[in-house]
Design a protein around this ligand. Structure first.
Ligand code: MCA
Ligand code: AMP
Length: 505
């Protein structure tokens, strides 16, 4: 069989009439319709001149049409490049300039605003995903034949590029292959027992690994259905629980559900599985959830570059604060961050792994790719952890300067560079502080350049011109100077300690 992920999806479909996508309106799209529509979208892409290996960038609100486009890219052998809807035009221009997509797809409302910055970098083919005119992806696809011969690919061919920021420098496009996605989703179907009887409550965005690959690919390979909510909102989720069997979420989902009095044992009764990932789920929330519902959240751990790495067991103890065992086919170890030498059980080191899930490298950045692999082929995650006496992996910290806010990654260096470029600030340190809703909150500690007092809101507004909202510091705190060690390095730990209670109720 071809290495094309779509062929594996199609082979596994039991009946063409089985439901695939259920929208809040009640509209249900069957697997047969999904195959037909993705064929139309693939024909539309081909007619627009998109060829195998070409990138198709997409920044659009969550909708079924984005899924048809994703599947069409798989079928054609094009490379799907989803982008966070919060990204500003300046951020988009960087990604598009770097990835050089042959087509950019966006919402009808953002089309006009993006035309100029994209034209400035030479990108001319830009379309709305849906629009009343005849030019949108949806309109063009509607007139296309349903039959499309899915490209016969190698598993090593690219399926997607997802941008991840770095601790220094520019964002990097992680190149994900068909086999990365296929192997990972098959493992997840197996260990999480997904089947055609499942209905996944899908409330995640679909521009990241979690909502796009972990959720969607797993459901499709099992032949199950998805209840496709436009976004996470507690009321929408509460009213959908009785129609679902499983949910995947970031910790903020569970924090918000627990904060709602209507989230009761009875509401959750119908669900066989709640999964959490993308950020640490506190032991407190894990226990509170079990006390409320009688069910234990299954926590798993992954990364854009690797898809899912470890998971707590379906049967057996789902340990609070632990992320479980390596997935089938994945080998993971704890290593000395400096030397890469394997450490003993119980010792803290960096988590490293090998397996069919590990990406192909960063788009056009061979040196950056080389930096994240050991000579023996292990991928270096930058997450610190240990293996406990029962073999469970536990993440204890990060060997990378990263903040995770509501499941979204923010790299302090990017925000510090933007702050330092403002005339009012001479230097800055951006840190993550404990936040009751988002887990961590982006916080800027700054030193004034002496041209008057720091106006917190003005600084936030200035940053928001170019940076996505979730990256904007919730608070900007001015100090006389930043604490430094004898080497002159800013001591972020001291700042984190000093301001630890800033967001506590
Ligand atoms: C929205 N805002 C945020 C965030 N989301 N600020 C910080 N962090 C966020 N995550 C901003 C909004 O722009 C708004 O700004 C204000 O915060 C309040 O928004 P609110 O209505 O509370 O937010 P929301 O729309 O309800 O969204 C919160 C959310 C959402 C539901 C937690 O961020 C979300 O769906 N996160 C999931 C992200 C995810 O899928 N991560 C997976 C990455 P203002 O008030 O100024 O307008 S994949 C990954 O990490 C790996 C591979 C893995 O292991 O999965
Ligand atoms: P991303 O770059 O968006 O793929 O984010 C990947 C990072 O999210 C990992 O390197 C971890 O730091 C973090 N992460 C994902 N899942 C978990 C988890 N269950 N517990 C703690 N951190 C997690």
């Amino acid at each position: 069989m071809s290495g094309n992920l779509f062929d594996t999806i199609e082979t596994g479909i039991g009946s063409a009439g089985a439901p695939f996508l259920i929208e809040p309106s009640g509209r249900t799209v069957s697997y047969g319709e999904m195959i037909a529509t993705s064929g139309q979208y693939a024909n539309a892409l081909a007619q627009m001149g998109v060829a195998r290996g070409d990138r198709v960038a997409v920044q659009a609100r969550k909708c079924a049409e984005c899924l048809w486009l994703y599947l069409a890219c798989l079928r054609l052998g094009a490379v799907y490049l989803p982008l966070n809807t919060a990204y500003t035009a300046a951020e988009i221009a960087y990604f598009a300039g770097d990835a050089e997509p042959s087509l950019f797809v966006c919402d009808a409302e953002t089309l006009d605003g993006l035309r100029q910055p994209l034209a400035a970098i030479g990108l001319r083919q830009i379309r709305a995903i849906t629009a009343p005119d005849g030019e949108s992806m949806q309109s063009v696809a509607a007139d296309m034949p349903e039959e499309f011969e899915t490209a016969n690919l190698s598993g090593d061919d690219l399926a997607a590029i997802l941008y991840t920021s770095g601790t220094t420098g520019r964002s990097k496009g992680a190149m994900i292959t068909h086999e990365n996605l296929r192997s990972n989703a098959l493992a997840l179907v197996d260990i999480w027992r997904f089947s055609a009887a499942d209905v996944l409550l899908h409330a995640l965005p679909i521009y990241h690994t979690h909502g796009l690959f972990v959720a969607t690919n797993t459901v499709m390979l099992a032949g199950g259905a998805m209840l496709f909510l436009p976004k996470f909102d507690v009321d929408g989720v509460l009213s959908s629980l009785s129609k679902s069997t499983a949910m995947m979420g970031v910790p903020t989902f569970y924090i918000r559900l627990l904060a709602h009095p209507d989230f009761t044992r009875q509401r959750a009764e119908h669900m066989r599985l709640f999964i959490s990932g993308s950020a640490p789920l506190s032991a407190e929330i894990h226990r509170e959830f079990t006390a409320r519902t009688g069910k234990a959240i299954l926590e798993r751990y992954g990364m854009t570059e690797t898809n899912m790495i470890t998971s707590n067991p379906y049967d057996g103890k789902r340990k609070p604060s632990a992320v479980g065992f390596p997935l089938p086919g994945v080998t993971a170890r704890i290593a000395d961050p400096e030397t890469g030498k394997g450490l003993q059980q119980g010792e803290i080191g960096v988590i490293e792994l090998k397996g069919p899930n590990v990406f192909k490298g960063y788009w056009r950045m061979p040196e950056k790719t080389a930096e994240v692999f050991r000579n023996d082929g292990h991928f270096i995650t930058g997450d610190l952890g240990y293996i406990d006496d029962e073999g469970y992996f536990t993440i204890s910290g990060r060997d990378k300067d990263l903040i995770i806010s509501g499941g979204l990654n923010v790299y302090p260096a990017e925000i510090e560079n933007a702050l330092d470029a403002l005339g009012a600030i001479s230097e800055s340190a951006v840190i993550g502080l404990p936040h009751p809703d988002f887990g961590e909150a982006v916080t800027a500690i700054v030193v004034s350049s002496g041209n008057g007092p720091i106006d917190e809101q003005a600084i936030r507004d200035d940053l928001a011109a170019d940076l996505a909202k979730f990256k904007i510091p919730r608070r900007v705190i001015a100090l006389e100077s930043l604490p430094r060690n004898t080497m002159g390095k800013i001591q972020k730990n001291r700042l984190r300690e000093e301001f630890a209670g800033l967001y506590q109720p």
